[in-house]
Design a protein around this ligand. Structure first.
Ligand code: NAD
Length: 356
């Protein structure tokens, strides 16, 4: 098969880690008989330097016309003092909106070889965990009505959480379908004891669930969920939640794996075209030094194969190669323990490719 992939390398370590993922995809293409065509586009600081804006029209059109987008990371101290509208991070929101991406999928799992990096107690880590957070990405309080007004205590500010039936239905479908490909268990997280929007959320999630008899769905209040994630993360398979709760809980879930350089994410819409990116930023402190861990971006490319291209076996091959590298004790500097030698970004990529 043949696929067109837009590459948005971005800033800082972005170009290094995206180049690594491209090399892995090329090897997968060679092994499984697929052709991946890569076209680079500018976004973030790199686009500001070239065009004066973070997300040029050419990038939007190029990404829309591709089968999927692989993104490194954007931002860095060079652009930190620019006004909000032309900050590099604006490119991410703009791309998600332009591509109609309303779901963010973030897997968080503990690799047996990296149990030592986990920040939880050893008896909790012993059970392992492997969960996915399905976060609604384009609704809720981040996009609701907001403003300042005169209240009874003087000036006040307000933000509004609102969800439509349609928005909850479509994210619920994603969660159930994700669970069908995994262990068949959804936990829907809300604050239905207080919020009306959560009560609608709960009602609709269960209604949609009737179409997925093989998947179980339970509800959990967000405060309890925040506790359960550090108490016993092994109880979760698929978590579905709103934009703001998902934002907070997905960072908590990544943190407990202990290794930001390993975590991938996918943003998906109605079509097959998704945006795939590591969850970490552009790491300006190590940019250009060949020290970055490329694994999160390589695993993001694996997610692209699985979710946008329906190439499950090829995605498995990448994930197995990453597992083997870690089991063999190979580490980049960010996940190094003790006095072992750290691999460079290029060396880690070579090792993964040799295990494909
Ligand atoms: P960061 O994730 O870039 O870095 C945090 C720490 O983790 C740093 O010490 C960094 O060296 C390390 N790190 C991150 N990724 C790594 C990797 N692959 N391998 C090895 N070490 C890694 O977060 P930050 O320092 O808060 O942000 C830096 C810049 O990135 C900022 O401009 C921020 O706005 C931007 N950012 C972008 C995105 C994105 O593009 N999606 C996400 C978060 C932050």
């Amino acid at each position: 098969m043949e696929f067109n992939i837009a590459l948005v390398k971005g800033d800082g370590i972005g170009p290094e880690i995206v180049d690594s993922a491209v090399r892995v995809l090329e090897k997968v293409g060679e092994k499984f008989g697929h052709k991946f065509n890569f076209t680079p586009y500018l976004a973030g600081g790199a686009a500001i330097d070239e065009y004066g804006i973070p997300l040029p029209e050419e990038t939007i059109t190029g990404c829309k016309n591709s089968d999927s987008v692989l993104l490194g990371a954007v931002g860095g101290p060079k652009w930190d003092t620019l006004p909000g509208e032309i900050r590099p991070e604006k490119a991410l929101l703009g791309l998600r909106a332009a591509l109609g991406l309303f779901t963010n999928l973030r897997p968080a799992k503990i690799y047996p070889a990296l149990k030592g990096a986990c920040t939880l107690r050893p008896d909790i880590v012993e059970n392992g965990f492997d969960l996915v957070i399905v976060r609604e990405l384009t609704g809720g309080i981040y996009f609701g009505e907001r403003g300042r007004r005169e209240g009874i205590y003087g000036e006040e500010a307000y933000d509004t959480e609102a969800y439509s039936v349609m928005e909850v239905e479509r994210i619920a479908h994603v969660a159930y379908k994700t669970a069908q490909k995994r262990r068949g268990n959804v936990v829907s997280i809300d604050k239905a004891n207080v919020l009306e929007s959560s009560r609608l959320w709960r009602e609709i999630v269960h209604k949609v669930g009737e179409q997925y008899p093989g998947v179980t769905c339970t509800d959990m209040l967000v405060d309890n969920a925040a506790m359960q994630l550090v108490r016993d993360p092994s109880r979760f398979d698929v978590i579905v939640t709103s934009n703001m709760f998902g934002d907070i809980l997905s960072d908590e879930a990544s943190q407990i794996t202990g290794s930001i350089g390993l975590l991938a994410s996918a943003s998906l819409g109605d079509g097959k075209c998704g945006l795939y990116e590591p969850i970490h930023g552009s790491a300006p402190d190590i940019a250009g030094q060949n020290k970055a861990n490329p694994i999160a971006t390589i695993l993001s490319a694996a997610m692209m194969l699985r979710y946008s291209f329906e190439l499950g076996a090829e995605a498995d091959a990448i994930e197995n190669a990453v597992n083997k590298v870690l089991e063999d004790g190979l580490r980049t500097a960010d996940i190094l323990v003790g006095d072992d030698k750290a691999l460079t970004c290029t060396e880690m990529t070579d090792e993964i490719i040799s295990r494909l």
